[in-house]
Design a protein around this ligand. Sequence first.
Ligand code: FAQ
Length: 313
Amino acid sequence: MTVQDLEKIFLQKIENEIKIEPRDWMPDAYRKTNIRQISQHAHSEIVGMLPEGNWITRAPTLKRKAILLAKVQDEAGHGLYLYSATETLGITREETINDLHSGRAKYSSIFNYPTLTWADIGAIGWLVDGAAIMNQVMLTRTSYGPYARAMVRICKEESFHQRQGFEILLVLSRGSKEQKEMCQDAINRWWWPALMMFGPHDKESTHSDQSMKWKIKRKSNDELRQNFVDMIAEQIKVLGMKLPDEHLQWNEEKKHYDFGEINWEEFWNVVKGNGPCNKQRLDARRKAWEEGEWVREAAATYAEKRNKRQAAA
Ligand code: FAQ
C-alpha cells in the first residue's frame, strides 16, 4: 500500500468518526500534535497539583482536608492516564518528563499563579476545573482513541472538583464580612487567568485549523471561552459576587454575554516562563523527580527480577 492509500484510509476514519488507535497508520504531524497536546495536558495535571497542594496542611477542617487531598490525588491520576496515552504514540515517559523539566514543553499558564488564601482553593475548583471541563468534554470525542477514553473518566472526576470548589465559595459568600471579601478577592484574581486557559484567539491560534480538521479539537478556543463565560456569568449570581469585568453584559441579539479583552501580554509572558510562580513550579517538579529516583529504580529492579523468575518457571 502506498502512503497515499494509507492517508486515504486515515482520513476516511476521521470522516466516519472511527477512532485512530495506536497501531493504526497516522501522518507524522498527527502523531506529533497529539504528543504535544496530550503531554502538555499531562504536565498541566501534574503541575496543577502544586498550587492546591499548598493548602492541604492548612485546610480549615478535617473534612475539607480530606476532600482536598482526594482532589489533588485525582489530578495525579489524570496526569498518569495522560502520560500513558502519550506513550502509546511512541515517546517514552522519561522523554516527555524531560521536556517539561528542561522547559521545552508547556503546561497550562493557570498553574503559575499563587494560592494566597483558602478562597483560592474554591476559585480553582469552580473556575479552573470549570474551564478544564468545558474544554475536556469536547475532548471525550477527540479522534485519538486512548486520549478520548482517558478523557471520559477524567471528566467525571472534574465535575466533582468543580462542585466542591463552588461549595467552598458558597459557604464563604454567606459568611462574615471578611469571608465575603476573601471570596470576592479570589474571584478577582482567578477570573482572567481562567479565561486565558482556553488559549489565544482563534485567529492567533497556530494549531487550531489543522487540529479541527483532524477532529483532535472539536470546538475553537474562542467558542469554548464564550461558553465558559456564559456559564459562569449565571452561576456567580448564586454567590452574590461580581466578575471583575466592567464590559460583562448580556447581549440579547447574540444570546451570549459580551466580555472585556484579556491582557494578552500577561498571557504570553506567563507562557514564556515569566509568570509569578513558573520557576517555583518547575523547581518543585525537578526536585520531586530527583527524590523519586530510588522508587523508580526499586520498581524497575523488582519488575526485572519478576520477569526473570517467570521466564525460568
Ligand atoms: N497555557 O495554537 P494554540 C486542568 C500554547 S488541565 C500555556 O491555540 P492548541 C485540570 C499552545 O500550547 C488544563 N500554553 O494551541 C486541573 C501553543 O504552543 P505550542 C490543561 C498555552 O494546542 C484543574 C500556543 O500557545 N488543559 O486544568 C495555553 O491548539 C485544577 C498556541 O496555541 C489542557 O491541556 C495556555 N493556557 O490549543 C488540574 C487541555 N493556551 O504547543 C489541577 C488540552 C495555548 O505550539 C487543578 N489542550 N497555549 O508550543 C488543549 O485543548 C489545547 O492544547 C489548548 C491550546 C486549548 C490548551
